[in-house]
Design a binder for this molecule. Structure first.
Ligand SMILES: [Zn+2]
Ligand SMILES: [Zn+2]
Length: 999
């Protein structure tokens, strides 16, 4: 890389490595915003939160005008596809793509395997735009004490004037009640009551609180009280904002109230948990306040690095705070040291299988926490719960309540927080960093057309789709099919690198604003639909109601989905192609699909068996192993299963199965994605991933589509979307930081509680509230935090995150000759000539040893050993004895026999004795872009001992079923192939812990 600005990269289509660098021109300027002078000042009183003046007007700002007048609308629009096409040719824009580019790719059939594919019933029309602007405008004039979103007095008081002391519960009975309550959170009310009865029986003077009273106390102490608003019984809308005073649902006509006696009672309600008190709670202990320092430290380090290296980042991307968008926002003074940076994640959940139980939820992830803490359930804050049974028809109306309070705080320049560490009140503002959602939810949030649009890309890049003659769907095909003459999309081939390297999130924002302004002024439905088609913009997003200085821009705020895209959408493209089950036009014939190697039942079954055969060798720490795809792929095959199957086992299992070119294309996408789902990604790895993904994307069109119009439908959004991932990493950090995995886990966790109860929705809401209150209470009251886990029985902490764990020999044992030699060599290399008994370390060395069976690694994995694993039947095994070690700076893989802990001349040495795997087959490694690592493993040949702390991970080494189909060189009998855990530390981030069973 010789240049550092994106400008310089324009028109360099043939240089594969030209990702834009963060655009920092004068690094010295960038340090400035970290200065204390940029911290928001604390105003004299807490209650000055804004001025009055109700904006009744609907006119959006920024020169955008919604036509309020009722224009006659064309109702006879039957086929949007053909209509769009006609208007497209009428209004075909000339020249610059950036004029027209727009929106959202999501994945095709994001939930095909989850039985959850339909998008929400959003029916765009101009009324919708009007309603959207009403929400946006009310947000823009939000005030904490406004009647639009009234808060009860206690809550308002809490936000405006937080308590300025450590939380203390002096009454010992109340204290014991609280401890009992928190200890029984995941059980039932009955458990709490029974515990209280037991305590009182022994200590009759104890006056423990009833369940009801203790809950009240928790609510009071936590400062988290739910805000409840009415909603449609069919979950179409929440009665908020412009819907606040209506009495019938505008979508389904159901009434809002039922009459009970003389009273009108809301038929259904939803719950919002205001963010501010939950954020205040995080600062209410000295430890809590200290841990909030993380972001400032990262920011400082990031700017210092850029300063040192002339604006070029060389260290790994680890967090959102490494991304150029964040650093620019800081440099521009948008984010002060004391502000809190949050991410919103929203998702729908099916609470029960086979039961109508759709429910939506949103959470706040506080990025100011260190990533190792951030995603733990007790640190994720709940935003709101939207009960089912259906998907919301207007999601804005449900988000409105939660966003309103944030907007009010932003408008007021922040809110007051008491810092327990400094004992001071300070002003903090809330910066909304990102919004993440899966495909269907995202289309409600960002207001883009979706993945079949002419301008489909969710990042609003200027790629224009192509459609088949007369067909309604556009596909992001970059290569122009032969003889292709469809007006409006018969542009020449597009070079993806040229397109993306000169494209920034600011370009996207500019184009978006421009196009939005065109769409919203549409006078007739016909005009609206034509413009919508041209621009990909359906309506403004509710997030444009927030302070533009306190969020990343639109569409930059909408993060890509690094869970569904790789784990579901990409496999969902390739596997049906390989099985020959993909749609085939009548002019095409599957007989010509040379890639359809799994077309026959026999082939598909045999492949499925290969997947199953790997199971005993996939370590337990890898999570759920993939089930047999030939049997289960269409019944709830999970994202994680796909990740292990398609991106883990695949490069071996598809070797010499797919035709060579197709195999190589597949490996490129696999390796590119593997690099980008890591939790730490080096700039060089981003460049490599970009190269691989670009090549894979090019080859996909060449190999599968072959410039045939009747195969345009192969080019799904999931062919284009990965091309953005490298750029997105530079912009907002590794995808894992904002992936939907967090949300899924949260829902899973709540789900466990919910299943204890009978009425799912009512209970979900209660559980959500309880959790938010408990979390806030625990945050303020470290005494209530569960005690850190003690070492398991018999374990020995050997430092740096490593622990020896049982089993352990009860008496000394002899070892094999090779093992003895390995031990002897290990000590000789360390400079010892004899052991403590004076026996020399030589070829005749023959010690007796006490073996250890397991070691806990700093990444949370537990490495095991051949000693104990060999005692288990293969069908009970999830082998975890193969490890990755770094010796003399070189990565190697070894099968551990056992671990030892020795005193030698008053020094303690902890080491492993292991058989090393051989060298990988270089030809295959190269052909597979380093994704297929196959080695020969002759047990007990190359036995060596090494420090336990040189072990960095547990890996899968499974018998290789494919090598021998090409090579019969004698090594095919004991060939093994490697799979490393995708994302590696991913599980740990989310509080995953390996089951700690001995043996
Ligand atoms: Zn309704
Ligand atoms: Zn794009």
């Amino acid at each position: 890389m010789s240049t550092t600005t994106s400008e310089a990269h324009k028109h360099v289509p043939h240089t594969p490595f030209h990702l834009p660098r963060p655009r920092f021109r004068k690094p010295s300027q960038l340090i400035q915003p970290l200065d204390d002078t940029h911290v928001h000042e604390v105003p004299p009183t807490a209650s000055e939160t804004g001025n009055s003046g109700d904006d009744e007007g609907l006119g959006p700002q920024d020169g955008v005008n919604v036509q309020d007048n009722e224009e006659p609308e064309d109702e006879d629009v039957v086929d949007p596809g053909s209509l769009f096409e006609q208007h497209l040719s009428d209004n075909a824009p000339s020249g610059s793509l950036s004029q027209q580019s727009v929106h959202r790719d999501d994945e095709e059939n994001p939930f095909q395997y989850e039985d959850d594919t339909q998008s929400p019933n959003f029916v765009p029309n101009i009324d919708d735009i009007r309603i959207s602007y009403k929400f946006i405008n009310e947000l823009r004039s939000a005030k904490l004490d406004s009647p639009i979103e009234p808060l009860d007095d206690t809550l308002l008081q809490q936000i405006l004037d937080p308590p300025q002391h450590l939380l203390e519960v002096e009454n010992p009975d109340e204290r014991l009640s609280l401890e009992l309550y928190l200890a029984t959170t995941h059980t039932s009310e009955e458990t709490y009551t029974n515990a209280c009865v037991a305590v009182t029986r022994r200590f009759p003077d104890c006056r423990l609180l009833s369940y009801y009273m203790v809950k009240k106390l928790v609510e009071k102490l936590s400062g988290v009280s739910p805000i409840v608003r009415d909603m449609c019984v069919n979950s179409c809308i929440g009665y908020t904002g412009p819907y606040a005073s209506i009495e019938d649902c505008p979508h389904c006509g159901e009434t809002r109230y039922k009459i009970q006696g003389k009273k009108k009672i809301a038929r259904k309600q939803f719950t919002t948990l205001p963010l501010a008190p939950q954020l205040q709670a995080l600062w209410r202990t000295t430890e809590g306040a200290a841990s909030m320092q993380y972001r400032q430290n990262c920011t400082k380090a990031a700017f210092e690095e850029l300063e040192r290296n002339n604006g070029v980042k060389v260290s790994a991307y680890k967090d959102f705070f490494d991304g150029s968008d964040y650093l620019e926002a800081v440099a521009e003074g948008k984010i002060a040291d004391n502000d809190m940076v949050v991410l919103l994640s929203i998702d729908g959940a099916q609470l029960y299988r086979n039961k109508a139980s759709d429910c939506w939820m949103y959470i706040w992830v506080v990025l100011d926490h260190d990533p190792s803490n951030r995603y733990k359930v007790q640190h994720v804050l709940l935003g709101g719960v939207i009960p089912g049974p259906n998907k919301p028809k207007n999601l804005d109306s449900f988000l409105f309540t939660g966003l309103y309070h944030i907007s009010a705080i932003q408008q007021a320049g922040g809110f007051r927080i008491w810092n327990a560490k400094s004992g001071q009140i300070f002003m903090s503002n809330i910066f909304l960093a990102l919004v993440s959602a899966d495909g269907p939810a995202m289309s409600c949030l960002n207001g883009f057309v979706g993945h079949h649009g002419r301008v489909h890309c969710r990042f609003y890049c200027p790629l224009i789709g192509r459609h088949k003659p007369g067909g309604p769907h556009y596909y992001p095909a970059r290569l122009k099919p032969l003889g292709f003459t469809v007006t409006g999309c018969d542009h020449d081939d597009v070079d993806i690198n040229a397109l993306l390297s000169s494209f920034t999130s600011r370009d996207a924002e500019k184009a978006y604003n421009h196009n939005l302004s065109r769409v919203v002024v549409s006078r007739t439905k016909t005009e609206y639909q034509a413009r919508r088609l041209q621009t990909g913009v359906v309506k403004p997003t509710i997030f444009s109601g927030l302070d533009p200085n306190m969020m990343l821009g639109v569409p930059g705020i909408f993060a890509g989905d690094c869970m569904h895209l790789p784990a579901l959408n990409i496999p969902d493209l390739y596997i049906p192609l390989w099985r020959g089950t993909f749609d085939c036009d009548s002019t095409d014939t599957k007989g010509n699909w040379s890639w359809a190697v799994l077309k026959t039942q026999a082939a598909w079954k045999a492949h499925g068996q290969d997947v199953v055969a790997a199971t005993p060798f996939i370590p337990g720490s890898f999570g759920r192993p993939p089930r047999n795809p030939a049997e289960k792929i269409s019944s709830g095959y999970k994202a994680w299963e796909f990740l292990l199957y398609f991106f883990g086992l695949g490069p071996c299992l598809f070797y010499n199965l797919l035709p060579k070119d197709y195999y190589e294309q597949y490996c490129k996408i696999v390796q590119g994605i593997r690099l980008l789902i890591q939790e730490e990604i080096l700039p060089d790895e981003i460049r490599l991933a970009d190269k691989l993904i670009t090549e894979a994307s090019n080859s996909f069109e060449e190999l599968y589509v072959q410039r045939r119009t009747d195969r345009l439908h192969f080019v799904r959004a999931s062919v284009h979307a990965p091309s953005h991932m490298p750029y997105e990493t530079i912009r907002i950090g590794p995808g894992i930081i904002y992936s939907q995995w967090t949300m899924e886990r949260m829902i899973g966790f709540l789900g466990m509680d919910i299943r204890l109860h009978s009425n799912a929705f009512a209970n979900l809401t209660n559980i959500a509230i309880t959790r938010a209150q408990n979390n806030a209470l625990i945050a303020m009251f470290p005494d209530f935090r569960p005690k850190p886990k003690l070492l398991p029985r018999g374990a020995v902490d050997i430092g740096d995150g490593y622990q020896l764990r049982r089993a352990r020999d009860s008496c000394s044992r002899a070892v094999t000759e090779l093992e003895a030699q390995a031990i002897s060599r290990y000590f000789l290399d360390l400079g010892f000539s004899t052991d403590d008994d004076g026996t020399p370390f030589d070829d005749n060395y023959n010690p007796v040893v006490v073996r250890w069976a397991r070691v806990l690694l700093p990444n949370g994995q537990i490495a095991r050993s051949r000693w104990k694993e060999n005692l288990k039947p293969i069908n009970k095994l999830r082998a975890a004895r193969s490890v990755r070690v770094t010796l003399s700076g070189r990565l190697q893989y070894a099968e551990v026999h056992f671990y030892l802990s020795w005193h030698i001349h008053n020094i303690e040495k902890h080491f492993a004795v292991a058989s090393f795997y051989g060298e990988p087959h270089q030809g295959i490694l190269k052909q597979s872009s380093h994704s297929y690592y196959t080695v020969q493993h002759k047990c007990d040949v190359d036995v060596r001992a090494f420090d336990i702390k040189s072990i960095s991970a547990v890996v899968m080494m499974a018998p290789d079923p494919r090598y021998g189909t090409v090579f019969q060189d004698g090594s095919e009998k004991d060939r093994y192939y490697l799979m490393e855990k995708p994302g590696l530390k991913l599980g740990r981030l989310f509080g995953w812990e390996e089951d700690d069973t001995e043996s």
